[in-house]
Unconditional design. Structure first.
Length: 568
């Protein structure tokens, strides 16, 4: 642990709130919630819990929050547990409710910042489980810039039917199989019942596990916090140790912005590339960097990633679930390999009070014979899978996830839909054919609003056996569970008059990952003619949280943050 920061006071936020005669009313309120007299002289540690029964990802977080509080108390602090929201991407997927998913990231960040700022907590432990909890917690940690540790709720164990492992994506793809007639209602029902066996986040290298690994690589969670089963004793111990770590950081004055530097962001990008992580990481990295005051542009994510091979054979494109990575040793052996290869910045500080290299010094390698993490000599893909596309369809950028299995070039004819539901009906009705480019527009951050994930239509396409024969492009997002030839985050979005709004049925579209271009094959004159005739749709919401989000949100190439117009 580095020496104490000059002039640092461990109680610099709680002290002014509870010290002195004039703060007697504050102390009186706190006596009522369990404070003893001696607690007023201790650093106060806020424990931000995202517990909720709305999703298995977070249904156990209350237990972990209590463990974190116990750890902070054992280390000499006074823990105070408070709650914030979560929503379920998996449950709301494909519905109007999914529009609230990305919005929840901002609500979570705002609410944690609000409570910690108001209550004068000296340190913070934030616990997240579902996709948007994690970046929401980290954005709040960086805005507040008080000693803080993130705890991931952990991955779910795989479901099982016969000898086949299942997860939530298995169910989405089974819907496509049922629509095609390749399975029965009874078989779909069996998959549905077995896929989700208990608490924890979706089991592949989807967005939750992607962001958990990224946050660990950033140095903001304890080693291997990202690679533990939700229901394991190790996860409870991780939460307790996080409480202790937050107190140690409070005593030394190590804050999130001391940890989350440009080099730490680069470490996260490298690790997520090696893991074949979710496209949502691009959106969240941009938002996290913005909160940290770190300069990061959308192209940086691809440039850094192009130095790194994809090594993890994890779902959705690969064979294994996250629990298999946990079984063979978790994330730290992979990080050690990347460090030894010169791909990570070992000098970066972490929440242990040690550097990344110090944390990894005594880490052993994976057991021989394991197949989850490939050697550098035999990668899944020699270069990064996250590709930033531009062209006349996406002058502001777009994000593709090219695993190598779906090919690197697609040329086809457009089939255009103005909402996810319209496209889903067409897919399930068998109206999508080989060579089609499914265009789903008006689903961007402002136009949706909320930038819904398109897991339902992409899974239905995969379930119908069209994964290599059909492309799907959108100004919305994709779930980490999506695979196939897909392009999202198209900027400018259709609602803002972006070129995606001008596509017509039958137009030829070319997507080329090698040249990083996405082109609509019409003349410039025709494009101008269509733009002149285009009329902006009326907003879908005029009151409430979705209306506020649509009014304040930045575009996808700037992380869809809601405070871009404000000074850091």
């Amino acid at each position: 642990m580095k020496s104490k920061k000059s002039g640092w006071k461990a109680r610099q936020w709680s002290g002014p709130l509870v010290d002195g005669m004039e703060r007697a009313p504050s102390r009186a309120m706190l006596h009522a919630v369990g404070f003893e007299q001696e607690d007023f002289s201790k650093p106060q540690v806020g424990i931000a819990s995202t517990w909720s029964q709305v999703t298995p990802c977070n249904s156990h977080i209350d237990e972990l929050a209590r463990e974190a509080a116990a750890g902070a108390n054992e280390a000499g602090g006074k823990a105070v547990i408070f709650n914030t929201i979560t929503i379920s991407d998996g449950i709301s997927m494909g519905s109007e409710g999914m529009k609230y998913s990305l919005v929840s990231r901002e609500v979570i960040a705002d609410s944690i910042e609000t409570v910690v700022g108001c209550q004068g907590f000296d340190a913070l432990v934030a616990l997240g489980g579902c996709d948007k909890n994690m970046p929401g917690c980290v954005i709040a940690m960086l805005r507040l810039n008080r000693p803080a540790v993130f705890v991931y709720g952990g991955t779910i164990l795989p479901g099982c039917l016969g000898k086949k492992d299942l997860d939530i994506v298995s169910v989405f793809e089974a819907v496509g199989q049922r629509a095609k007639g390749s399975i029965t209602d009874e078989q779909l029902g069996e998959i549905e019942k077995c896929a989700i066996p208990g608490p924890g986040s979706c089991g592949g290298m989807y967005t939750a596990n992607t962001m958990a690994c990224a946050i660990e690589a950033m140095g903001l969670s304890l080693p291997n916090s990202s690679a533990m089963a939700a229901v394991s004793p190790n996860k409870k111990l991780d939460a307790r140790e996080a409480g202790k770590a937050a107190m140690a950081l409070a005593l030394k004055g190590i804050c999130p912005r001391d940890i989350l530097t440009r080099k730490a962001m680069e470490n996260a990008i490298v690790v997520i590339t090696a893991l074949g992580g979710s496209t949502n990481a691009v959106l969240h990295f941009l938002a996290i960097a913005w909160a940290a005051g770190v300069k990061l542009e959308i192209e940086d994510i691809q440039k850094i990633g192009q130095r790194v091979p994809v090594l993890a054979d994890l779902k959705p494109s690969g064979k294994f679930v996250m629990a298999e990575l946990v079984r063979i040793g978790g994330l730290v052996p992979l990080m050690k390999r990347l460090l030894d290869r010169g791909l990570l910045h070992g000098e970066c500080m972490t929440v242990t009070g040690k550097t990344l290299a110090e944390n990894l010094k005594y880490v052993g390698d994976y057991p021989s014979g394991q197949e989850v993490i490939r050697p550098f000599s035999d990668p899944i893909k020699k270069t990064g899978h996250l590709v930033i596309l531009r062209g006349n369809l996406a002058p502001g950028g777009a994000v593709a996830k090219i695993s190598g299995k779906e090919g690197e070039r697609f040329e086809g004819r457009a089939k255009v839909y103005g909402a996810e539901e319209e496209a889903m009906k067409a897919i399930l009705a068998g109206k999508i054919e080989k060579g089609d480019v499914v265009v789903i527009r008006y689903e961007g951050p402002r136009g949706g609003p909320g930038m819904r994930e398109m897991l339902a239509p992409t899974s239905a396409i995969m379930g119908q056996g069209l994964g290599k024969d059909v492309a799907l492009i959108t100004d919305g997002r994709f779930s980490g569970g999506t695979h196939g030839f897909v392009v999202g985050h198209i900027t400018p979005e259709a609602y803002d008059g972006g070129p995606l709004a001008l596509v017509k049925n039958g137009d030829r579209i070319v997507i080329d990952a090698k040249t990083r271009k996405m082109q609509l094959d019409i003349s410039g004159a025709e494009m101008k003619k269509r733009a002149k005739a285009w009329k902006k749709p009326k907003p879908k919401y005029t009151k409430g949280v979705l209306a506020k989000f649509a009014h304040s949100v930045a575009d996808a190439s700037h992380g869809a943050v809601t405070d871009e117009g404000l000074s850091l």
